[in-house]
Design a protein around this ligand. Structure first.
Ligand code: FAD
Ligand code: UDP
Length: 366
């Protein structure tokens, strides 16, 4: 079988690469071991007709105008600003921690300056900031750390905050104002007809062929290609020669409630201290769909199963670097995306990385 480009994985990384090379006259074969395109951003109607995200809630947000512009070729958008509440001692509080959280939790009525002074009083100064425990204690101190971060993190990663890179808990800002949005990016939208429809349009090109239910191993030595772009787990590509590179997995439990308009007040409710799941997301908040019933998903973290997250510890980073040396030495294969680059990427960061890589290679081969 001949094709100019083989793309392993039909998620954001693979779809962007495929679209870019196809638009530049290359023939592209995209394979995915799953039965659908879209990678982890895949969405579908459940049996009740509610649009759900099979692999957990995906909210698109970016500050990169070129990413927004690129994806806008394949989708219209619906406005959506994600809001999250965290269940602590049976009550729901806004997270990221902000003015409202502090006032509600401690029964205060502080203004912005008052909240800043509050944080100054309770924070435990840490320099340097070496890990996720440092970053949380340094900004909000022990009580808020214990209530909102400590147990959530243990549940999500199976690790203590102190074992994880500062960038993990650093994803969640701390605010003195009353902005309770989860993200503050300039562009926060959902694809108007869903992610899968957007991927269909990206891959709808005469130069692109998509083969689903197809393992990389089964085509690895069968396809004659100029270049392969691989977006799967990095350790698997190299047959785990240095041992297993840890990826955190999740099990998703979806549920539909007929004749129930709304399950919870916001898109996501986090459960840091109770239950085995970390959070519940109700999709109608995200998509704006009208339906007489509603659908939710619960996320249960686990060690084994499909890989969803790189696990950012210094030990894993060192192991990743060993694999990366092998990856850099591969002349005909390039590694792209959250699993292959072992980076805790959001969707827009994957798109940006894939646009950059494709333009670099396309310029080299001009
Ligand atoms: P993936 O989407 O994982 O695609 C890789 C594809 O490669 C998969 O389809 C897989 O089946 C295929 N594959 C792997 N190995 C092989 C093989 N050997 N042979 C064939 N196929 C193979 N980002 C946001 O910006 N906002 C959010 O709200 C958000 N929420 C998230 C919630 C959850 C629960 C998770 C897990 C992630 C979330 N993300 C979010 C991150 C987002 O999912 C990723 O950044 C993005 O989907 C990664 O795209 P990718 O193409 O790198 O990888
Ligand atoms: N986190 C936490 N409590 C929360 C929300 C997040 O401790 O209520 C920590 C936790 O370690 C989590 C990380 O911050 O894994 C990043 O959270 P985010 O919501 O960005 O995770 P994702 O959506 O990527 O799963």
């Amino acid at each position: 079988m001949n094709t100019d480009i083989l793309v392993v994985g039909a998620g954001f990384a693979g779809a962007v690469i495929a679209e870019r090379f196809a638009s530049h006259g290359k023939t592209v074969l995209v394979i995915d071991r799953r039965s659908h395109i879209g990678g982890n951003a895949f969405d579908e109607l459940d049996s009740a007709g509610v649009l759900v995200h099979r692999y957990g809630p995906h909210i698109f947000h970016t500050n990169a105008p070129h990413v927004e512009e690129y994806l806008s070729k394949f989708s219209e958008w619906k406005r959506y600003e994600h809001r999250v509440l965290s269940s602590v001692d049976g009550k729901l509080y806004p997270i990221p921690i902000n003015q409202q959280t502090i006032n509600q939790l401690y029964n205060l009525s502080l203004d912005e300056e008052g909240v800043a002074a509050f944080f100054e009083k309770v924070r435990e100064k840490r320099t340097p900031i070496r890990n996720s425990e440092d970053i949380v204690l340094n900004s909000v101190g022990r009580d808020l750390c214990d209530k909102f971060f400590k147990n959530y993190t243990r549940k999500q990663w199976g690790l203590d905050l102190s074992e994880l890179s500062a960038a993990v808990a650093g994803r969640i800002p701390v605010r003195t104002n009353s902005d309770d949005r989860y993200f503050t990016d300039k562009f926060q939208r959902m694809p108007a007809e869903g992610y899968t429809r957007m991927f269909e349009r990206m891959l709808d090109h005469p130069n692109i062929r998509v083969e689903l239910n197809t393992e990389f191993q089964s085509v690895r030595n069968r396809v004659c290609v100029e270049k392969t772009f691989y977006s799967g787990p990095l350790d698997a590509y190299f047959n785990f020669c240095y041992g297993k590179l840890p990826y955190r997995s999740l099990s998703f439990r979806h549920e539909h409630f007929a004749m129930k308009e709304q399950y919870q007040p916001v898109g996501t409710v986090n459960y840091p201290n109770d239950h085995e799941y970390t959070r519940i997301t109700e999709f109608k908040h995200l998509t704006g769909q009208s339906h007489s019933g509603t659908s939710i998903v619960r996320e249960f973290p686990q060690t084994d199963g499909d890989p969803y997250y790189p696990v950012p510890t210094s030990e894993n980073q060192a192991l990743y670097q060993s694999y990366k040396k092998l990856a850099d030495a591969e002349s005909a294969t390039l590694f792209i995306g959250r699993l292959a680059e072992y980076r805790y990427y959001n969707m827009d960061q994957v798109v940006a990385a894939a646009l950059l890589l494709s333009s670099k290679i396309l310029n080299q081969t001009k």
